[in-house]
Design a binder for this molecule. Structure first.
Ligand code: FE
Length: 135
């Protein structure tokens, strides 16, 4: 057991909406300014829409102007996998969920302090969970 989630393509197809499937399992990209989280400001955790792994905390979200939700740091390095992507004639770093292999988006080095990184992520790859206020 390597702790990874493995499902068949038809299983994923059954569990996800067509857009979620296209983005996460076929490395699609939602159109800018159309996803549910680019202009969303809730406090809590953005989880993998496929497997529920913690991916990004709302504290690390920033206004990138790109039209996609953008974060300067992952919630846990353990849940994120980075891979070289040379599709579409560009050299980019693809960001994936390490647990289930879902395509999340891309990583760029033009982000804000303190990391200088910009994780440019599709809303379709994320499921936001609000932080429950204690007491
Ligand atoms: Fe996942």
């Amino acid at each position: 057991m390597d702790g990874k989630i493995k499902k068949t393509e038809s299983d994923w197809k059954k569990e996800l909406t067509p857009e979620e499937y296209h983005v996460t399992r076929e490395k699609g990209t939602e159109r800018a300014f159309t996803g549910k989280y680019w202009d969303f400001h809730g406090k809590g955790m953005y989880k993998c829409t496929c497997c529920g792994a913690d991916l990004f905390e709302s504290d690390t979200k920033f206004e990138s102007g790109s039209g996609w939700p953008s974060f300067f740091r992952p919630a846990s390095e353990e849940n994120i996998e980075e891979e070289r992507d040379t599709s579409f004639g560009m050299i980019r770093t693809e960001v994936k969920c390490r647990k289930c292999g879902a395509h999340l988006g891309h990583l760029f080095e033009d982000g804000p302090k303190p990391t200088g990184l910009r994780y440019c992520i599709n809303s379709a790859s994320l499921k936001f969970e609000e932080k429950k206020s204690k007491g």
